[in-house]
Each structure stands twice: as C-alpha cells, then as structure tokens.
Design a binder for this molecule. Sequence first.
Ligand SMILES: CC(C)(COP(=O)(O)OP(=O)(O)OC[C@H]1O[C@@H](n2cnc3c(N)ncnc32)[C@H](O)[C@@H]1OP(=O)(O)O)[C@@H](O)C(=O)NCCC(=O)NCCS
Length: 157
Amino acid sequence: MPTQHVQIVMSSHVNGAGRLFGGQLMEWIDVVAAVAARRHTRSDVTLAAVDALEFIAPVHMNDTVLLSADVTWTGRTSLEVCVETFVEHLTGRRQLVNRAYLVFVAVDDAGKPRQIPPLTVTTAAQRQEWQQAEVRRAHRLGQRQFGQSKAPGETDA
Ligand SMILES: CC(C)(COP(=O)(O)OP(=O)(O)OC[C@H]1O[C@@H](n2cnc3c(N)ncnc32)[C@H](O)[C@@H]1OP(=O)(O)O)[C@@H](O)C(=O)NCCC(=O)NCCS
C-alpha cells in the first residue's frame, strides 16, 4: 500500500508568480518517502541519494497536491522509494507533475547501516520497477565512486 500525503497549495508555498516552490515540493517528497522507508524497514532511516527528480508540469496556488510513495527496491541495508506527485483536479482527474527516486539507508542508534527486510515483489509492474531500480542503482554507485574522489584543494578534516 502506498504512503500518501495530500496538501492544498497555500500562499506560503508559492513564489511571486503563484507557482509552487520546487524546494517546498522536495521537502514534501523527502518526508513522504522517509515515512514509506520507515514503514518498510521498521527502523530509523537516513537519506543517501536523490535522483531523477523531474518537474513535469507546474503546480499553482490552491491546487490539491497528492504525493504517493512506494518502495521499489531493497538491498541489504538500503532501499529505493519512488514518489509520484499529482495535481488532483476538482473533477477527480489526477495529473502527474513530478516523479522522484530516493535512496534511504536504515540506521541503528549509532547511525550505522543495519539490515532490512526484503521487498516482496508480486506483480509484473513491481518486477519491472525492480529491474529499472537495479539499473538506477548501478548508475548511482558509479556516481558515488566518482563523487568520493577529492575535489582540488580538498583535504581530510
Ligand atoms: C548513507 C550512509 C549511512 C551510508 O553509510 P556508509 O558507511 O557509506 O555505508 P555503506 O557504504 O555500507 O552503504 C550502506 C548502503 O547504502 C548504499 N549507499 C550508500 N550511498 C549510496 C548512494 N550515494 N547511492 C546509492 N546507494 C548508496 C550502499 O550501496 C549500501 O547499500 P546495501 O547495503 O543495500 O548494499 C552515510 O553515508 C551517511 O550517514 N550519509 C549522510 C546521510 C544524511 O545525513 N542524510 C541526510 C541528508 S540532508
């Protein structure tokens, strides 16, 4: 079952042009995804990576926004969560405005990674998401290796 968050866009959430701040949406995405990760792992989690944060269409003041988060992949201590954001029109029609993938790591009291339960994949759609998640993971781990090399002038603390 997805973890969901529903929100009416208020004046404090928009810029001068009446459009939702991207950073505000990212905060809602982070929270709903973290709750999905906590529910799956039954553990505290920390955010390790965010990718493919794609803003497909604008969101405006007074729109009803629905965020829906699903676990798509699990590893030994990490898991991927997909968050889809929709504008829900008054007719009930839902329009996809953003899709994001986030990786969380389950952590113990010392902040060290801890083992998590595997995701049970039952449907063809879930299997396809899993396969695509494996591709995204390989890409991320490649980026991670690249990102961990020191920048010019950077030294160990
Ligand atoms: C995330 C964190 C706990 C990982 O710790 P670590 O000692 O590097 O742990 P490991 O290298 O053993 O990795 C643990 C798992 O995370 C995964 N992982 C770590 N960084 C990752 C990244 N950038 N992308 C994808 N997966 C990543 C590893 O593949 C591993 O997964 P697995 O156990 O399912 O195979 C650590 O880097 C951390 O605390 N980072 C800061 C997190 C934070 O403050 N988040 C809030 C952001 S404001």
